[in-house]
Every structure is written in C-alpha cells, then in structure tokens.
Design a protein around this ligand. Structure first.
Ligand code: HEC
Length: 145
C-alpha cells in the first residue's frame, strides 16, 4: 500500500484509569499521500517529513512522541558524518529505507515507492522519482547547522 504511507498526527484519548484522568497521546494513522511538486524539496519535506522530524529537522515533529525510535536530527547529518553531508547515503535511505538493525522495527517509512506512486500517470515516473529524491536530499542539506 505505498500510496497510504503518509503519516498524519491524530490526537487520541487515553484514559488513565489509575488516576481517573484523561491524557492526550499521539496516535499514528496512515493516510493517502497528498500530491506535491517534484520540483520543491521544501514542499515535500513539510508535507511528508515534518510531522515526525519537525519543520527544522531536529526531530521533534508532532508525531515523534508516538514512535518507538526518536526521529533522527536531520540538522546534524553533516556534523554526524565528519562535516560532510552524506548525499548518496540519504538518497538511498529515502529510496530503499534504512538498513535493518538487530532489534525493533523501523519507524522510518520507505519513500521510493510512495513518491513514485504520485507520478503514476506521467510519461517518465522514474525521472520524477529521481527528481523528488534529489530535491528532498538537497533540501535536507539546507537544514544543516
Ligand atoms: C513516521 C515518522 C517519520 C516520517 C514521516 C519520516 N521519518 Fe525519517 N526517520 C524517522 C525515524 C524514527 C528515524 C530514525 C531511524 C529509525 O530508527 O527508524 C528516521 C530517520 C531518518 C533519516 C536518517 C537516516 C540515517 O541513515 O541516519 C533521514 C535522512 C530521514 N529520516 C529523512 C526523512 C525524510 C526526508 C522524510 C520525508 C520524506 C522522513 N524522514 C519522514 C521517522 C520518520
């Protein structure tokens, strides 16, 4: 279901019986991908990524609290890679997903198929997928501190 990967933030209600109070907890819900322009990394980022990673990329989007893993601080990708922004690695993570680790499941969606599904009717969906991945990667570069 690649076109249902986009994540929305929904406030759920959890009654904590022990104390008799109601507390708001975030709940992750999958909704259809909203369309965006392949030319705008910024628009794609705010539509698909900010909900988890935050508008500034620092990892505190509204849905972050509902995840098992804390979203990576995207403003430090270059710093964490010895000062060089890891373009090829980021492009590949977005296209194919993160490498699996020994424990737990991955909260970070695989974006390649979902982004490709946005341009299904186009004569060259592969080119648009590439454009989307490249522009998202370039946008993340602009968030570096
Ligand atoms: C549902 C929440 C969620 C959404 C939406 C999301 N991410 Fe993530 N992302 C994560 C989490 C959580 C991690 C931390 C890695 C892990 O353990 O899964 C992560 C990790 C990453 C990483 C680090 C990869 C690495 O190798 O260190 C990058 C880059 C990234 N996300 C980019 C994006 C981009 C770009 C988008 C939008 C197209 C996006 N993410 C949307 C949750 C999300």
């Amino acid at each position: 279901m690649p076109n249902r990967i986009h994540v929305a933030f929904v406030a759920g209600l959890l009654a904590t019986a022990a104390f008799g109070i109601a507390q708001t907890v975030p709940v992750i819900k999958e909704v259809p991908m909203k369309s965006t322009s392949p030319a705008s990394g910024k628009q794609m980022y705010s539509t698909y990524c900010a909900v988890c990673h935050g508008v500034d990329g620092k990892g505190s989007g509204p849905a972050a609290a509902a995840l098992k893993e804390r979203p990576t601080n995207l403003a430090q990708l270059a710093r964490d890679n010895g000062g060089k922004f890891p373009d090829a690695h980021i492009y590949s993570v977005l296209q194919f997903g993160m490498e699996t680790t020994a424990h737990g499941s991955k909260d970070m969606p695989i974006w390649g198929p979902a982004l490709r599904s946005l341009d299904k009717g186009s004569p060259s969906p592969e080119m648009e997928e590439h454009q989307r991945l490249a522009n998202l990667t370039n946008y993340l570069k602009t968030l570096q501190q």
